[in-house]
Design a binder for this molecule. Structure first.
Ligand code: SF4
Ligand code: SF4
Ligand code: SF4
Ligand code: F3S
Length: 377
């Protein structure tokens, strides 16, 4: 297998990948604010209803939401790979360990494993199960001593997809126009190397058709300038779709670049695996830092500081207000006079949201109508 040097900005160094560095014209990205997810699974069902109601897709959740630390889908997907990789370390913002490509056993493209069929049978395992025990007289600290959080996951439409690299049939491709990663259903022969290689386990085997399927980034919507099903339907308004640039080309008026590169408040999931995933997470502020560092890398403490200070940062607050505010794709934003506005790629205004909602307090006794009114909100 070829070993070609490519740049991975998320790990602060070059790394080896079987193909040359080819970046799409625009890269699909998303940000999920974990602090706001309530595990309602609306996203999961929106995806399921739209794309995976067919035969052989019964157990498939291209979007899933798992409770950490004990939730997984498929079972133990992350701990199994972390065990195979063994202890690895960061030196400051540079990853000094091995990516899954660099740790590949001889003859393989990546370090990885193939889940058992049964591993897909418990998508809600560990739901709401906290780490730790509430003791008599306990009080709340930050980070919490007893904690859990919800981790929503879709395919990361990685810059260096392991699924694509591992397929001997070259049946997986990354679209040049938007960076969405797709399985060519007519080329796939069901070799499952993609499933073994994807560290996020986001390629699924269809037992009826005997070929693989995965999240398609809702490309028919993206092509129309709309956000994906799982993103636009999110009840908690935790999600935002957009385009991401590399840090040297970061555009401060692009909401994704602003949150990832300028404020550095949104971080990739397991950047140390080396795929440069394109779904970013605002880490939960109540969870112990060592656990979060393993998941999101060394930027966690700074990200939490920035997020906790959002009430003093009107631009940051403005971008966060745009999450879940429109079904359209927000390419640019502005914040002026307490109002956040999202624009499409041509500069057309899509949505305007006040950062602070006005509050009206009604008098307890309405003289005109001679009625009493309780203020309940
Ligand atoms: Fe979380 Fe939003 Fe999905 Fe509900 S719809 S589980 S809030 S990501
Ligand atoms: Fe492929 Fe997995 Fe990356 Fe998605 S998350 S592009 S399935 S390697
Ligand atoms: Fe499903 Fe579309 Fe979300 Fe992918 S982007 S998980 S296909 S709803
Ligand atoms: Fe290739 Fe995966 Fe199909 S390895 S042949 S895309 S099952």
């Amino acid at each position: 297998m070829a070993r070609i040097k490519v740049r991975n900005w998320q790990i602060g160094r070059d790394m080896y990948y079987p193909y040359e560095e080819v970046r799409p014209e625009r890269q699909f990205a998303a940000i999920f604010d974990i602090n706001k997810c309530i595990a309602c699974q609306t996203c999961t069902m929106a995806c399921k209803q739209t794309w995976t109601t067919g035969k052989g897709q019964e157990f498939m959740f291209w979007n899933n939401v798992e409770s950490k630390p004990y939730g997984f889908y498929p079972l133990a997907w992350d701990v199994k790979l972390l065990e195979l990789l063994g202890p690895q370390k960061w030196e400051g913002k540079k990853y000094a360990g091995k990516t899954i490509f660099e740790a590949a056993p001889k003859g393989s493209v990546t370090q990885g494993y193939l889940p058992e069929e049964e591993d897909y049978s418990y998508p809600n395992v560990g739901e709401d199960e906290p780490y730790g025990e509430v003791k008599n007289g306990d009080y709340i600290t930050l980070p919490h001593r007893v904690w859990h959080f919800y981790l929503p996951r879709i395919c990361n439409h990685c810059t260096y997809p392991a699924c694509l690299a591992a397929c001997p049939r070259k049946a997986i491709y990354k679209r040049p126009e938007d960076g969405i990663v797709l399985v060519d259903q007519s080329r796939c022969r069901g070799y499952k190397e993609c499933i073994r290689a994807c560290p996020y386990k986001k390629v699924f085997f269809n037992r009826t058709t005997k070929i693989s399927e995965k999240c398609i980034g809702c490309y028919p919507l993206v092509e129309k300038g709309e956000q994906t099903q799982c993103i636009r339907t999110c009840i908690g308004r935790i999600r935002l779709n957009g385009w991401i640039h590399t840090p040297d080309k970061a555009d401060p008026s692009n909401p994704i670049d602003y949150l990832v590169h300028i404020k550095k408040v949104a971080l990739p999931l397991f950047p140390q695996f080396g795929l440069e995933p394109n779904v970013y997470y605002i880490p939960p502020i109540h969870v112990p830092i060592p656990y979060l560092k393993q998941l999101f890398g060394p930027g966690v403490e700074d990200a939490i500081k920035v997020y906790r200070n959002a009430h003093n940062d009107v631009t940051l607050l403005g971008v966060l207000t745009l999450f879940g505010s429109t079904e359209f794709w927000v390419s640019r934003f502005s914040v002026k006079n307490g109002v956040a506005t999202g624009y499409d790629a041509k500069g057309k205004s899509l949505v305007s949201v006040p950062i602070k909602e006005p509050v009206y307090i009604r008098p307890f006794y309405d003289e005109k109508l001679d009625v009493y009114r309780h203020n309940i909100t």
